[in-house]
Design a protein around this ligand. Structure first.
Ligand code: FES
Ligand code: FE
Length: 458
């Protein structure tokens, strides 16, 4: 069904001209609607199952600005619980991760089981006269919790579609691009840093292949991309030749799905994949793409997904950084603050040298110490400051690159993609999806108004 109403937020994103109202990046009232209508409703990424393998293991995450505990109960079931005591609201879990038998509130001692049930109340007999119905005062639980190939998500809204339906082919392809690299395990610890920017600018940037040549010029000049020992110039030349033949330096593929999910960035053609595969496992750490030669990946990704080498965002805020075996959350902390989280993965069976190499890359490129995100964060911070200006807000932002030049291919499996050059299709699609989420008053309405896919030309 086509989106045919002009809700108040829809008017802030003009898909015909590519103009987006600046106030969506600065306005406190709009931000509060985002927390309500996007984050409290969406499937939010919590953690990877390898972070909480045993009963009692827990990991603290966020839904919007609210702390939640992702845990595994005694039966081994995944649980996501709001980290707020039902008595006076205190946090019942302060550690970022660990193992617990129960969650004891440090204020007055109410105690909750791993499934959120209220199991202990000091003074239950003497002070409450046994009249407190404990079955009604458990921790607030997520409406739905589910895992896709080990990646755990939760939604607070039980009206949400099931996870696989929510992800759709674009969201599932996004996760497959990591999950198909082998039996993945998470590297201990999550890199976290706070940037003075609106969360949507950090999401927008992950699709942005227009900025690297300028923003990251110094990083490229510094030679920060490590060349692996043993890969000689002749070997690299094979790959470069294939890249030039395949035209991938400027060939991009954008895949767009329902609810605002999108993938945007360079393609990786069959010719380049095959040239890289010839170089063998040493080169694979730099390219991370030999997994595409496996039967399992070919089946999961299909012809369209195998060519995807860009960046996926699972709406609202999960970047699957496929080149680096990483996931990043862009967590909102107010209209002008965003906490960036980086999870890194390694294949369990990989040799130690390869794990070490992958971990080094994870630290070196993105995150607080990463050369690229230091450049990016500075830009987003300055953009966000300017969005607040009463004068600046009168002038929209421009997302018109490639507009009306994106010929959409509609393929089997409900996949809709554009083969093009550097563009802003994925960004505009994300903002369009944002407007749908913001205008919809319920999941029922969102399911109705969210466009299934783009038309023939965007
Ligand atoms: Fe938790 Fe009182 S606030 S027991
Ligand atoms: Fe960047």
């Amino acid at each position: 069904m086509l989106y045919d109403t002009q809700g108040p937020f829809r008017t802030m994103v003009d898909e015909n001209t590519g103009q987006v109202d600046r106030s969506i990046f600065a306005d406190q009232a709009i931000y509060e609607v985002e927390l309500e209508r996007i984050f409290a409703r969406a499937w939010n990424f919590m953690c990877h199952e390898t972070q909480i393998p045993k009963a009692g293991d827990f990991f603290l995450s966020f839904i919007g600005e609210e702390s939640v505990i992702a845990t595994r109960d005694k039966k081994g079931e995944l649980q996501v619980l709001l980290n707020s005591c039902r008595h006076r609201g205190n946090a019942v879990c302060r550690a970022e991760e660990g193992n617990a038998r129960s969650f004891l509130c440090t204020y007055h001692g109410w105690t909750y089981g791993l499934d959120g049930q209220l199991i202990g109340v000091p003074g239950y007999k003497d002070f409450y006269h046994e009249q407190l119905d404990k079955s009604q005062w458990g921790l607030v639980k997520a409406g739905k919790v589910a895992s896709y190939k080990g990646f755990v998500f939760a939604t607070m809204d039980s009206e949400a579609p099931d996870l696989e339906e929510y992800l759709g082919p674009v969201g599932r392809m996004s996760i497959d691009l990591i999950a198909e690299r082998g039996d993945m395990e998470i590297v201990g610890g999550v890199q976290k840093n706070l940037i003075g920017c609106n969360w949507k600018l950090a999401v927008d940037n992950l699709f942005d292949f227009y900025h690297p040549q300028i923003s990251h010029a110094s990083a490229f000049m510094s030679g920060f991309r490590k060349q692996l020992e043993g890969v000689d110039a002749a070997e690299q030349a094979i790959v470069e030749k294939a890249e030039i033949n395949g035209g991938i330096r400027n060939a991009h593929r954008v895949v767009l799905g329902k609810y605002g999910h999108a993938i945007g960035g360079p393609r990786l053609t069959k010719e380049v994949r095959e040239a890289r595969a010839l170089l063998g496992p040493r080169f694979e750490v730099l390219t991370n793409d030999n997994f595409r030669m496996t039967d399992s990946a070919q089946e999961a990704l299909g012809e369209i997904g195998l060519d995807v080498n860009g960046h996926p965002n699972i709406f609202p805020n999960l970047w699957v950084a496929t080149n680096g075996h990483q996931l990043s959350l862009r967590l909102p902390k107010g209209p002008d603050k965003c906490e960036i989280w980086w999870f890194a993965f390694v294949p369990k069976e990989a040799p130690d040298w390869k794990k070490a190499e992958l971990i080094e890359r994870s630290i070196h490129v993105f995150g607080a110490a990463g050369l690229l995100e230091q450049d990016d964060g500075e830009n987003w911070d300055q953009s966000t400051r300017a969005m607040k200006g009463v004068i600046a807000k009168r002038y929209p932002l421009n997302f018109s690159m490639g507009l009306k030049h994106g010929v959409v291919n509609h393929a089997e499996g409900d996949l809709h993609y554009i083969d093009t050059t550097t563009n802003e299709h994925a960004q505009l699609w994300t903002y369009r999806g944002w407007a749908e989420w913001m205008d919809a008053e319920s999941w029922g309405q969102l399911k109705q108004i969210s466009v299934e896919h783009p038309g023939d030309l965007v």
